[in-house]
Design a protein. Structure first.
Length: 237
């Protein structure tokens, strides 16, 4: 079956251009330029990917992304009208997986879409196969009060299952498998987001901050995910 993409943009010419080019690639495309309708469509069709413009009448893209993140883990590619770091950071804060500044080439957008969908397929394959091969028979990693169950894709903190976004889970698992090693932001981006992810190191910093808020007793003075100045991060088990 064709993968489904929801395009949310109130600029009709761009909306139609995106839909045309994505359909040429074999995707099933639904479109809207309205925030409230975008939420209804996302819930109705359960798309494989959402392309979401920041500037929309009514609910803006940030608010839509924030609401969707509470309901589903569908990857979101956010479109911003300007190459503004604030927009990119806010987009990541509310749960966007990637961002693209207007104007952009259709070739670049298609490349981003393919990369994001390929990443989702790989994650699903891991789940179907029972998780990645791990050094422990129980397919879990344990660090005092922190346990990562890679079979169930669950993380337990202080004996309580704690909700993690898909990318947070992947990042923490990656840290756990490389405890004690200094990992550069570029290496983390390549291994967790994929070699074809077109983002910057700020993406890693934002996700590390989210992880610290969930696993550190004092996020302002972390003892698990340590910043190594000028080098990256080190996970202490």
């Amino acid at each position: 079956m064709a993968e489904k993409i929801l395009v949310v943009d109130d600029e009709i010419s761009l909306q139609e251009t995106l839909a045309y080019n994505l359909r040429k690639q074999g995707y099933e495309v639904s479109t809207t330029g309205n925030g409230e309708e975008a939420l209804e469509l996302a819930r109705e069709i359960n798309p494989n990917l959402i392309i979401l413009d920041v500037m929309l009448p009514g609910l803006d893209g940030f608010e839509i992304c924030r609401i969707l993140r509470q309901e589903m883990s569908t990857p979101v590619l956010m479109l911003t009208a300007r190459d503004d770091e604030i927009d990119r950071v806010v987009g990541l804060e509310v749960g966007a997986d990637d961002y693209l500044a207007k104007p952009f080439s259709m070739r670049e957008l298609i490349a981003r879409v393919k990369a994001m969908l390929r990443r989702v397929r790989l994650i699903r394959e891991e789940i179907d196969q029972g998780g990645e091969a791990t050094p422990t028979k129980s397919e879990s990693l344990e660090f005092d009060n922190l346990r990562i169950d890679m079979t169930r894709r669950e993380i337990t903190v202080d004996d309580e299952v704690t909700p993690f976004k898909p990318k947070e889970y992947e990042l923490l698992t990656f840290f756990g498998k490389h405890q004690g090693q200094v990992l550069s932001r570029e290496f983390i981006l390549e291994r967790v987001w994929g070699w074809d992810f077109i983002g910057d190191s700020r993406t890693v910093d934002v996700h590390v901050r989210w992880l610290r808020e969930k696993i550190e007793k004092d996020p302002a003075n972390p003892r698990r995910i340590i910043t190594v100045r000028g080098a990256g991060y080190r996970f202490e088990g």
